[in-house]
Design a protein around this ligand. Sequence first.
Ligand code: BES
Ligand code: MN
Ligand code: MN
Length: 462
Amino acid sequence: MENIKAYVQQHKDRFINELIELLKIPSVSADTAYSQDVIDTAEAVKESLTKAGCDLVEICDTPGYPIIYGEKIIDPNLPTVLVYGHYDVQPPDPIDLWTSPPFEPVIKTTEIHPEGAIFARGACDDKGQMYMHVKALEYMVQTNTLPCNVKFMIEGEEEVGSKSLGWFVERNQEKLKNDVILISDTGMISNQQPSITTGLRGLSYVEVEVTGPNRDLHSGLYGGAVANPINVLAKMIASLHDENNHITIPGFYDKVEELSLEERAEMAKAPFSLENYKKALDLNDVYGEKGYVTNERNSIRPTLDVNGIWGGYQGEGAKTVIASKAFAKISMRLVPNQDWEEITELFAKHFTNIAPAGVTVKVSPHHGGQGYVTPIDSIGYKAANMAYTETFGVPAIPVRSGGSIPIVALFEKELKSKTILMGFGLDSDAIHSPNEHFGIFNYLKGIETIPLFYKYFVELSK
Ligand code: BES
Ligand code: MN
Ligand code: MN
Protein backbone atom coordinates (compact mmCIF):
# COMPACT_ATOMS: atom_id res chain seq x y z
CA MET A 1 0.00 0.00 0.00
CA GLU A 2 2.74 2.46 -0.92
CA ASN A 3 0.04 4.25 -2.90
CA ILE A 4 -1.94 5.42 0.05
CA LYS A 5 0.77 7.91 1.07
CA ALA A 6 0.88 9.29 -2.46
CA TYR A 7 -2.91 9.37 -2.72
CA VAL A 8 -3.20 11.31 0.55
CA GLN A 9 -0.50 13.77 -0.55
CA GLN A 10 -2.23 14.30 -3.88
CA HIS A 11 -5.69 14.86 -2.41
CA LYS A 12 -4.94 16.35 1.00
CA ASP A 13 -6.19 19.86 0.24
CA ARG A 14 -9.52 18.49 -0.89
CA PHE A 15 -9.68 16.16 2.16
CA ILE A 16 -9.14 19.15 4.45
CA ASN A 17 -11.64 21.35 2.64
CA GLU A 18 -14.32 18.67 2.70
CA LEU A 19 -13.90 18.28 6.45
CA ILE A 20 -14.04 22.04 6.90
CA GLU A 21 -17.39 22.14 5.09
CA LEU A 22 -18.76 19.43 7.40
CA LEU A 23 -17.52 21.32 10.47
CA LYS A 24 -19.39 24.46 9.43
CA ILE A 25 -22.74 22.82 10.20
CA PRO A 26 -23.40 23.21 13.95
CA SER A 27 -24.76 19.73 14.74
CA VAL A 28 -25.20 20.23 18.48
CA SER A 29 -27.42 17.36 19.61
CA ALA A 30 -27.97 18.64 23.16
CA ASP A 31 -29.69 21.86 22.12
CA THR A 32 -32.94 21.74 20.11
CA ALA A 33 -32.16 25.18 18.66
CA TYR A 34 -29.74 23.31 16.36
CA SER A 35 -32.05 20.46 15.36
CA GLN A 36 -32.27 21.44 11.68
CA ASP A 37 -28.46 21.63 11.55
CA VAL A 38 -28.18 18.14 13.01
CA ILE A 39 -30.51 16.85 10.30
CA ASP A 40 -28.59 18.75 7.60
CA THR A 41 -25.37 17.15 8.81
CA ALA A 42 -26.90 13.69 8.45
CA GLU A 43 -27.68 14.59 4.84
CA ALA A 44 -24.09 15.77 4.25
CA VAL A 45 -22.67 12.56 5.72
CA LYS A 46 -24.97 10.51 3.51
CA GLU A 47 -23.75 12.34 0.42
CA SER A 48 -20.11 11.88 1.39
CA LEU A 49 -20.56 8.11 1.75
CA THR A 50 -22.26 7.89 -1.61
CA LYS A 51 -19.44 9.85 -3.24
CA ALA A 52 -16.81 7.73 -1.52
CA GLY A 53 -18.24 4.62 -3.14
CA CYS A 54 -20.85 2.96 -0.93
CA ASP A 55 -23.36 0.99 -3.01
CA LEU A 56 -26.17 1.66 -0.62
CA VAL A 57 -26.60 4.62 1.71
CA GLU A 58 -29.72 5.27 3.77
CA ILE A 59 -30.82 7.85 6.25
CA CYS A 60 -32.60 5.76 8.86
CA ASP A 61 -35.23 7.51 10.91
CA THR A 62 -35.30 6.83 14.63
CA PRO A 63 -37.27 8.27 17.56
CA GLY A 64 -34.45 10.85 17.74
CA TYR A 65 -31.89 12.01 15.20
CA PRO A 66 -31.32 9.92 12.07
CA ILE A 67 -28.63 7.27 11.72
CA ILE A 68 -26.77 7.01 8.44
CA TYR A 69 -26.24 3.47 7.25
CA GLY A 70 -23.96 2.77 4.30
CA GLU A 71 -22.45 -0.35 2.83
CA LYS A 72 -20.24 -1.77 0.15
CA ILE A 73 -20.52 -5.52 -0.05
CA ILE A 74 -17.97 -6.99 -2.46
CA ASP A 75 -18.30 -10.67 -1.54
CA PRO A 76 -20.52 -12.14 1.19
CA ASN A 77 -17.84 -14.74 1.90
CA LEU A 78 -15.29 -12.12 2.88
CA PRO A 79 -15.13 -10.51 6.35
CA THR A 80 -17.16 -7.40 7.11
CA VAL A 81 -15.89 -4.34 8.95
CA LEU A 82 -18.55 -2.16 10.63
CA VAL A 83 -17.42 1.43 11.05
CA TYR A 84 -19.15 3.45 13.77
CA GLY A 85 -18.84 7.19 14.36
CA HIS A 86 -20.94 10.19 15.33
CA TYR A 87 -21.78 13.36 13.47
CA ASP A 88 -23.20 15.27 16.43
CA VAL A 89 -21.00 17.56 18.50
CA GLN A 90 -20.90 19.04 21.98
CA PRO A 91 -22.33 22.50 22.61
CA PRO A 92 -19.66 25.14 21.91
CA ASP A 93 -20.09 26.92 25.26
CA PRO A 94 -18.46 28.91 26.70
CA ILE A 95 -18.27 30.73 23.35
CA ASP A 96 -16.28 33.69 24.75
CA LEU A 97 -13.26 31.50 25.34
CA TRP A 98 -12.88 30.49 21.68
CA THR A 99 -10.11 32.32 19.85
CA SER A 100 -12.05 31.82 16.58
CA PRO A 101 -15.76 31.05 16.13
CA PRO A 102 -16.51 27.33 16.78
CA PHE A 103 -18.35 26.79 13.51
CA GLU A 104 -16.00 28.80 11.28
CA PRO A 105 -13.13 26.33 10.99
CA VAL A 106 -9.61 27.75 10.60
CA ILE A 107 -6.18 26.15 10.44
CA LYS A 108 -3.71 27.36 13.05
CA THR A 109 -0.38 25.97 14.21
CA THR A 110 0.29 24.99 17.82
CA GLU A 111 3.34 23.74 19.69
CA ILE A 112 2.09 20.18 19.37
CA HIS A 113 0.78 20.63 15.82
CA PRO A 114 3.49 22.59 13.96
CA GLU A 115 2.00 21.46 10.63
CA GLY A 116 -1.36 22.99 11.60
CA ALA A 117 -4.61 21.91 13.18
CA ILE A 118 -8.23 22.58 12.24
CA PHE A 119 -9.96 24.54 15.01
CA ALA A 120 -13.71 23.94 15.23
CA ARG A 121 -16.23 22.20 17.45
CA GLY A 122 -16.28 18.55 16.37
CA ALA A 123 -12.93 18.75 14.57
CA CYS A 124 -11.60 15.82 16.60
CA ASP A 125 -14.77 14.57 18.37
CA ASP A 126 -15.90 13.11 16.12
CA LYS A 127 -16.42 14.61 12.67
CA GLY A 128 -12.72 14.68 11.81
CA GLN A 129 -12.08 11.16 13.04
CA MET A 130 -15.25 9.81 11.45
CA TYR A 131 -14.45 11.46 8.11
CA MET A 132 -11.02 9.75 8.00
CA HIS A 133 -12.98 6.53 7.45
CA VAL A 134 -14.97 8.04 4.61
CA LYS A 135 -11.76 9.13 2.88
CA ALA A 136 -10.07 5.78 3.55
CA LEU A 137 -13.01 4.14 1.80
CA GLU A 138 -12.67 6.56 -1.10
CA TYR A 139 -9.04 5.54 -1.48
CA MET A 140 -9.77 1.81 -1.38
CA VAL A 141 -12.61 2.13 -3.90
CA GLN A 142 -10.65 4.40 -6.26
CA THR A 143 -7.63 2.10 -6.25
CA ASN A 144 -9.60 -1.14 -6.21
CA THR A 145 -7.96 -2.24 -2.97
CA LEU A 146 -10.97 -2.71 -0.69
CA PRO A 147 -10.19 -6.24 0.56
CA CYS A 148 -13.51 -7.00 2.29
CA ASN A 149 -17.03 -5.75 2.93
CA VAL A 150 -17.65 -2.56 4.79
CA LYS A 151 -20.67 -1.12 6.59
CA PHE A 152 -20.99 2.34 8.10
CA MET A 153 -23.26 3.37 10.95
CA ILE A 154 -22.94 7.05 11.84
CA GLU A 155 -25.22 8.43 14.55
CA GLY A 156 -26.29 11.87 15.72
CA GLU A 157 -26.92 11.38 19.44
CA GLU A 158 -23.62 10.14 20.86
CA GLU A 159 -23.03 13.26 22.91
CA VAL A 160 -26.44 12.89 24.54
CA GLY A 161 -26.39 9.18 25.35
CA SER A 162 -27.04 7.29 22.07
CA LYS A 163 -30.64 6.43 22.97
CA SER A 164 -31.81 5.93 19.41
CA LEU A 165 -28.75 3.92 18.48
CA GLY A 166 -29.63 1.26 21.05
CA TRP A 167 -33.11 1.18 19.56
CA PHE A 168 -31.68 0.87 16.03
CA VAL A 169 -29.13 -1.84 16.85
CA GLU A 170 -31.75 -4.00 18.56
CA ARG A 171 -33.95 -3.81 15.47
CA ASN A 172 -31.27 -4.30 12.82
CA GLN A 173 -29.09 -7.15 13.98
CA GLU A 174 -28.99 -8.86 10.60
CA LYS A 175 -28.26 -5.70 8.66
CA LEU A 176 -25.43 -4.79 11.03
CA LYS A 177 -23.85 -8.26 11.07
CA ASN A 178 -20.06 -7.91 11.03
CA ASP A 179 -16.76 -9.49 11.99
CA VAL A 180 -15.28 -6.48 13.73
CA ILE A 181 -16.37 -2.98 14.69
CA LEU A 182 -13.94 -0.17 13.98
CA ILE A 183 -14.20 3.18 15.75
CA SER A 184 -12.03 6.30 15.71
CA ASP A 185 -13.46 8.33 18.58
CA THR A 186 -10.65 8.10 21.12
CA GLY A 187 -7.09 9.36 21.38
CA MET A 188 -3.50 8.22 21.29
CA ILE A 189 -0.47 9.04 23.43
CA SER A 190 1.33 11.39 21.03
CA ASN A 191 2.13 11.88 17.38
CA GLN A 192 5.36 9.92 17.94
CA GLN A 193 3.79 7.18 20.05
CA PRO A 194 0.52 5.64 18.84
CA SER A 195 -1.69 3.74 21.24
CA ILE A 196 -4.81 1.63 20.96
CA THR A 197 -7.59 2.13 23.48
CA THR A 198 -8.36 -1.19 25.19
CA GLY A 199 -10.80 0.10 27.78
CA LEU A 200 -13.51 2.71 28.22
CA ARG A 201 -15.21 3.70 31.43
CA GLY A 202 -18.92 3.33 32.00
CA LEU A 203 -21.07 6.25 33.03
CA SER A 204 -23.98 7.17 35.22
CA TYR A 205 -25.21 10.73 34.81
CA VAL A 206 -27.77 12.16 37.22
CA GLU A 207 -29.30 15.49 38.12
CA VAL A 208 -30.18 16.38 41.69
CA GLU A 209 -32.58 18.97 43.04
CA VAL A 210 -32.67 20.10 46.67
CA THR A 211 -35.74 22.02 47.80
CA GLY A 212 -36.03 24.02 51.00
CA PRO A 213 -38.73 26.67 51.57
CA ASN A 214 -41.55 26.99 49.06
CA ARG A 215 -40.27 30.37 47.80
CA ASP A 216 -37.08 32.42 47.72
CA LEU A 217 -36.72 34.19 51.08
CA HIS A 218 -35.10 37.32 52.51
CA SER A 219 -31.79 36.01 53.83
CA GLY A 220 -31.93 38.34 56.83
CA LEU A 221 -35.48 37.67 57.92
CA TYR A 222 -35.20 33.90 57.50
CA GLY A 223 -31.43 33.25 57.43
CA GLY A 224 -30.34 30.82 60.16
CA ALA A 225 -33.87 29.63 60.80
CA VAL A 226 -34.50 27.51 57.69
CA ALA A 227 -32.31 25.17 55.66
CA ASN A 228 -30.57 26.93 52.77
CA PRO A 229 -30.75 24.41 49.88
CA ILE A 230 -27.49 25.68 48.39
CA ASN A 231 -25.61 25.30 51.69
CA VAL A 232 -27.13 21.86 52.13
CA LEU A 233 -26.35 20.73 48.57
CA ALA A 234 -22.73 21.87 48.92
CA LYS A 235 -22.39 19.91 52.15
CA MET A 236 -24.02 16.81 50.69
CA ILE A 237 -21.77 16.90 47.64
CA ALA A 238 -18.68 17.41 49.79
CA SER A 239 -19.59 14.33 51.82
CA LEU A 240 -19.54 12.10 48.73
CA HIS A 241 -15.73 11.84 49.02
CA ASP A 242 -13.77 11.05 52.18
CA GLU A 243 -10.36 12.43 53.17
CA ASN A 244 -8.63 9.93 50.87
CA ASN A 245 -10.86 10.89 47.97
CA HIS A 246 -12.67 7.60 48.07
CA ILE A 247 -16.33 7.76 47.16
CA THR A 248 -18.54 7.25 50.22
CA ILE A 249 -21.65 5.77 48.60
CA PRO A 250 -22.23 2.38 50.29
CA GLY A 251 -21.62 -0.48 47.85
CA PHE A 252 -20.05 1.78 45.22
CA TYR A 253 -16.79 -0.20 45.03
CA ASP A 254 -18.28 -3.68 45.52
CA LYS A 255 -17.83 -4.81 41.92
CA VAL A 256 -14.77 -2.76 41.01
CA GLU A 257 -12.13 -4.93 39.44
CA GLU A 258 -8.78 -4.49 41.23
CA LEU A 259 -5.89 -4.76 38.82
CA SER A 260 -2.94 -6.94 39.79
CA LEU A 261 0.39 -5.31 40.58
CA GLU A 262 1.73 -6.81 37.33
CA GLU A 263 -1.02 -5.15 35.32
CA ARG A 264 -0.40 -1.85 37.06
CA ALA A 265 3.33 -2.13 36.42
CA GLU A 266 2.55 -2.76 32.75
CA MET A 267 0.38 0.39 32.65
CA ALA A 268 3.15 2.43 34.23
CA LYS A 269 5.38 1.69 31.24
CA ALA A 270 3.37 3.97 28.95
CA PRO A 271 5.27 7.23 28.48
CA PHE A 272 3.90 9.93 30.78
CA SER A 273 5.35 13.09 32.26
CA LEU A 274 3.61 14.44 35.35
CA GLU A 275 5.50 17.71 34.93
CA ASN A 276 4.16 18.21 31.41
CA TYR A 277 0.70 17.14 32.49
CA LYS A 278 0.61 19.81 35.19
CA LYS A 279 2.15 22.41 32.90
CA ALA A 280 -0.39 21.81 30.14
CA LEU A 281 -3.23 22.49 32.60
CA ASP A 282 -1.51 25.22 34.66
CA LEU A 283 -1.86 23.15 37.82
CA ASN A 284 0.40 23.41 40.84
CA ASP A 285 -0.43 19.81 41.71
CA VAL A 286 -2.61 16.88 40.69
CA TYR A 287 -5.42 15.58 42.88
CA GLY A 288 -7.22 12.30 43.34
CA GLU A 289 -7.78 9.00 45.03
CA LYS A 290 -5.11 8.00 47.53
CA GLY A 291 -3.10 4.95 46.53
CA TYR A 292 -3.30 5.51 42.77
CA VAL A 293 -1.25 7.52 40.29
CA THR A 294 -2.68 9.95 37.75
CA ASN A 295 -2.90 7.46 34.88
CA GLU A 296 -4.75 5.02 37.11
CA ARG A 297 -7.06 7.62 38.60
CA ASN A 298 -8.27 8.58 35.14
CA SER A 299 -8.72 5.12 33.68
CA ILE A 300 -9.01 2.07 35.94
CA ARG A 301 -10.67 3.80 38.91
CA PRO A 302 -14.28 4.96 39.19
CA THR A 303 -14.96 8.63 39.92
CA LEU A 304 -17.72 11.05 40.87
CA ASP A 305 -17.73 14.63 39.60
CA VAL A 306 -20.09 17.56 39.69
CA ASN A 307 -20.44 18.84 36.12
CA GLY A 308 -22.59 21.83 36.92
CA ILE A 309 -24.12 23.43 39.99
CA TRP A 310 -26.57 26.28 40.24
CA GLY A 311 -29.18 28.04 42.28
CA GLY A 312 -29.83 31.41 43.89
CA TYR A 313 -28.82 34.79 42.61
CA GLN A 314 -26.20 34.94 39.87
CA GLY A 315 -26.83 38.35 38.34
CA GLU A 316 -24.79 41.51 38.75
CA GLY A 317 -24.26 42.94 42.21
CA ALA A 318 -25.58 41.37 45.40
CA LYS A 319 -29.03 40.13 46.29
CA THR A 320 -29.78 38.95 49.81
CA VAL A 321 -31.74 35.80 49.25
CA ILE A 322 -32.17 32.21 50.38
CA ALA A 323 -33.15 30.29 47.27
CA SER A 324 -35.95 27.80 47.34
CA LYS A 325 -33.97 25.30 45.27
CA ALA A 326 -30.45 24.22 44.40
CA PHE A 327 -29.35 21.90 41.57
CA ALA A 328 -26.37 19.92 40.38
CA LYS A 329 -25.47 17.62 37.51
CA ILE A 330 -23.30 14.74 38.63
CA SER A 331 -21.46 12.13 36.60
CA MET A 332 -19.92 8.92 37.82
CA ARG A 333 -17.33 7.24 35.63
CA LEU A 334 -17.44 3.51 36.15
CA VAL A 335 -15.06 0.67 35.49
CA PRO A 336 -15.83 -2.73 33.96
CA ASN A 337 -18.13 -4.94 36.08
CA GLN A 338 -19.81 -1.95 37.74
CA ASP A 339 -23.37 -1.89 36.43
CA TRP A 340 -24.49 1.64 35.64
CA GLU A 341 -28.12 1.10 36.56
CA GLU A 342 -27.17 -0.43 39.87
CA ILE A 343 -24.79 2.44 40.62
CA THR A 344 -27.47 4.96 39.71
CA GLU A 345 -29.77 3.32 42.25
CA LEU A 346 -27.07 3.24 44.93
CA PHE A 347 -26.45 6.92 44.35
CA ALA A 348 -30.13 7.86 44.50
CA LYS A 349 -30.65 5.89 47.71
CA HIS A 350 -27.59 7.35 49.40
CA PHE A 351 -28.22 10.92 48.30
CA THR A 352 -31.77 10.76 49.60
CA ASN A 353 -30.57 9.20 52.88
CA ILE A 354 -28.03 11.92 53.62
CA ALA A 355 -30.48 14.78 53.11
CA PRO A 356 -31.03 16.56 56.44
CA ALA A 357 -34.48 17.40 57.76
CA GLY A 358 -35.62 20.73 56.36
CA VAL A 359 -35.06 19.87 52.68
CA THR A 360 -36.40 17.38 50.17
CA VAL A 361 -34.26 15.79 47.49
CA LYS A 362 -35.07 14.63 43.98
CA VAL A 363 -32.62 12.53 41.92
CA SER A 364 -33.29 12.19 38.18
CA PRO A 365 -31.11 9.87 36.11
CA HIS A 366 -30.09 11.29 32.70
CA HIS A 367 -28.29 8.49 30.90
CA GLY A 368 -25.53 5.98 31.31
CA GLY A 369 -23.77 2.96 29.95
CA GLN A 370 -21.43 0.14 30.78
CA GLY A 371 -17.64 0.24 30.56
CA TYR A 372 -15.62 -1.87 28.19
CA VAL A 373 -12.35 -3.76 28.03
CA THR A 374 -10.99 -5.60 25.05
CA PRO A 375 -8.16 -8.16 24.88
CA ILE A 376 -4.96 -7.47 22.97
CA ASP A 377 -4.71 -10.93 21.41
CA SER A 378 -7.70 -10.58 19.07
CA ILE A 379 -7.23 -10.47 15.31
CA GLY A 380 -8.66 -6.96 15.30
CA TYR A 381 -6.17 -5.66 17.85
CA LYS A 382 -3.28 -7.30 16.04
CA ALA A 383 -4.37 -5.86 12.70
CA ALA A 384 -4.67 -2.39 14.20
CA ASN A 385 -1.24 -2.69 15.78
CA MET A 386 0.30 -3.80 12.47
CA ALA A 387 -1.31 -0.84 10.74
CA TYR A 388 -0.01 1.70 13.29
CA THR A 389 3.42 0.10 13.28
CA GLU A 390 3.65 0.55 9.54
CA THR A 391 2.56 4.19 9.41
CA PHE A 392 4.21 5.45 12.63
CA GLY A 393 7.31 3.27 12.58
CA VAL A 394 6.73 2.06 16.16
CA PRO A 395 4.20 -0.37 17.63
CA ALA A 396 1.13 0.94 19.43
CA ILE A 397 0.80 0.70 23.20
CA PRO A 398 -2.47 -0.59 24.71
CA VAL A 399 -4.05 2.05 26.95
CA ARG A 400 -7.27 2.15 28.97
CA SER A 401 -9.06 5.43 28.49
CA GLY A 402 -11.08 7.36 31.02
CA GLY A 403 -13.72 8.45 28.51
CA SER A 404 -16.94 6.64 27.70
CA ILE A 405 -18.59 5.40 24.53
CA PRO A 406 -21.44 3.51 26.19
CA ILE A 407 -22.67 2.02 22.96
CA VAL A 408 -19.54 -0.14 22.61
CA ALA A 409 -20.66 -2.52 25.39
CA LEU A 410 -24.07 -2.72 23.75
CA PHE A 411 -22.47 -3.63 20.39
CA GLU A 412 -20.77 -6.58 22.03
CA LYS A 413 -23.99 -7.70 23.69
CA GLU A 414 -26.27 -7.31 20.66
CA LEU A 415 -23.95 -7.89 17.71
CA LYS A 416 -21.52 -10.28 19.43
CA SER A 417 -18.46 -8.62 17.99
CA LYS A 418 -15.38 -6.92 19.34
CA THR A 419 -14.71 -3.25 18.89
CA ILE A 420 -11.30 -1.89 17.94
CA LEU A 421 -10.74 1.67 19.09
CA MET A 422 -8.30 3.21 16.63
CA GLY A 423 -8.16 6.79 17.79
CA PHE A 424 -5.97 9.51 16.31
CA GLY A 425 -6.80 12.44 18.61
CA LEU A 426 -4.58 13.83 21.36
CA ASP A 427 -5.65 14.75 24.90
CA SER A 428 -4.46 18.28 24.15
CA ASP A 429 -6.96 18.60 21.26
CA ALA A 430 -9.43 20.11 23.72
CA ILE A 431 -12.47 17.98 22.91
CA HIS A 432 -15.59 19.27 24.71
CA SER A 433 -13.58 22.44 25.58
CA PRO A 434 -13.26 25.79 23.86
CA ASN A 435 -10.79 25.73 20.93
CA GLU A 436 -11.22 22.07 20.05
CA HIS A 437 -8.88 21.15 17.22
CA PHE A 438 -7.58 18.21 15.21
CA GLY A 439 -4.05 18.04 13.83
CA ILE A 440 -3.68 17.89 10.05
CA PHE A 441 -0.94 15.31 10.70
CA ASN A 442 -3.39 13.21 12.73
CA TYR A 443 -6.17 13.51 10.16
CA LEU A 444 -3.97 12.45 7.26
CA LYS A 445 -2.20 9.73 9.28
CA GLY A 446 -5.60 8.32 10.14
CA ILE A 447 -6.59 8.16 6.48
CA GLU A 448 -3.28 6.42 5.76
CA THR A 449 -3.54 3.91 8.59
CA ILE A 450 -7.16 2.77 8.20
CA PRO A 451 -6.77 0.94 4.85
CA LEU A 452 -3.88 -1.01 6.40
CA PHE A 453 -6.20 -2.17 9.17
CA TYR A 454 -8.53 -3.62 6.51
CA LYS A 455 -5.62 -5.27 4.73
CA TYR A 456 -4.20 -6.93 7.85
CA PHE A 457 -7.59 -7.81 9.30
CA VAL A 458 -8.45 -9.74 6.14
CA GLU A 459 -5.02 -11.38 6.01
CA LEU A 460 -5.22 -12.49 9.64
CA SER A 461 -8.81 -13.72 9.22
CA LYS A 462 -7.80 -16.23 6.52
N1 BES B 1 -15.31 10.51 21.93
C1 BES B 1 -15.78 10.71 23.26
C2 BES B 1 -15.27 9.68 24.24
C3 BES B 1 -13.77 9.53 24.37
C4 BES B 1 -12.90 10.57 24.09
C5 BES B 1 -13.27 8.33 24.82
C6 BES B 1 -11.54 10.40 24.22
C7 BES B 1 -11.92 8.16 24.96
C8 BES B 1 -11.05 9.19 24.66
C9 BES B 1 -17.30 10.72 23.24
O1 BES B 1 -17.80 11.54 22.22
C10 BES B 1 -17.79 11.29 24.52
O2 BES B 1 -17.59 12.46 24.75
N2 BES B 1 -18.47 10.50 25.34
C11 BES B 1 -19.10 10.99 26.51
C12 BES B 1 -20.15 10.06 27.00
C13 BES B 1 -21.50 10.25 26.38
C14 BES B 1 -22.48 9.27 26.95
C15 BES B 1 -22.00 11.65 26.55
C16 BES B 1 -18.09 11.15 27.62
O3 BES B 1 -17.12 10.38 27.73
O4 BES B 1 -18.30 12.07 28.41
MN1 MN C 1 -16.88 11.19 20.44
MN1 MN D 1 -17.64 13.65 22.94
